[in-house]
Design a protein around this ligand. Sequence first.
Ligand code: ZN
Length: 309
Amino acid sequence: MLPTLDRQTRLLVIAPHPDDETIGAGGLLQQVREAGGEVRIWLLTDGDNNPWPQRWLERRIWIGQAARERWGRRRRAEVVQAMSALGLAPEQLEGFSWPDMGLTGLLRGQFAAMLTLFEARLRAWCPNVVVLPDLGDRHPDHGTAHVLTRLALAREALSPTLLTYLVHGGAAAQQAEVLPSSDAYQAAKRQAMEAHASQLALSGTRMRRLIERPETFTCLEAARSGPLLSRQLPWSPPVWLQPGLRLTLAGSVGVRRWSWRRAPLVRDREGRWALIAEATPDTGPYFVKLHMDLPSPWIFDTWGWHEIS
Ligand SMILES: [Zn+2]
């Protein structure tokens, strides 16, 4: 059930990129503000790795570091303008400036530093409602943002209401709930989307369609933690694909990665794969990701993350 919004509400919205705050929670942000609650948006990246709109709008082919940083500043300014349309002040935004399209790599390489920063900010803000990307979102930064948020909350022993939103791919879970809206909220949300002008240049139709759909959240049970009931994986990759596959396991104590063949897995009689018990010695949550390390123009995840519960 969606939480009651009032003056006690302390909402945190996790946005991997500029525009996720508006698409994912543009209506909710306004409603919490009107109810007298408090709001923070954590912007994990500046959306600087966004070459096609940049090539189009800046009339350039080659994008070097300086151009990329400039684009990030532009998108960051667009978020502030979008927030103003939603009735929010720039101080309600906290930026992390992590690499766009690089959150999964950062999680593997700098897990402790990322988690420490997240935990410190969580302790300081103490949200009682956290809106975060759906674990099943096909954009790798979105799935990883979910994992990072869940692990930091578990380590801090915080259990706010968790609401997930889905931007890329798949249908929302069956138990997803629609946030009631009004013409005024919807008009402000549209205006906020128009502030993200860099994203409308090439994808205006898709972005406006995302804004017009009902705002929908899936309520997760309070940060699950406790003994694991099943370590089963949802994937059964064919043998010919296995040499190229990598398995990443993220838990509150760290992140590990193996080739599929070396991963600590067992197979049951029905052919289903599961992690061995020694791979997950602590209480959950744990998350696994299956992926291939091949250069590809396709940015979206084929398998993505899965929660071991
Ligand atoms: Zn995004």
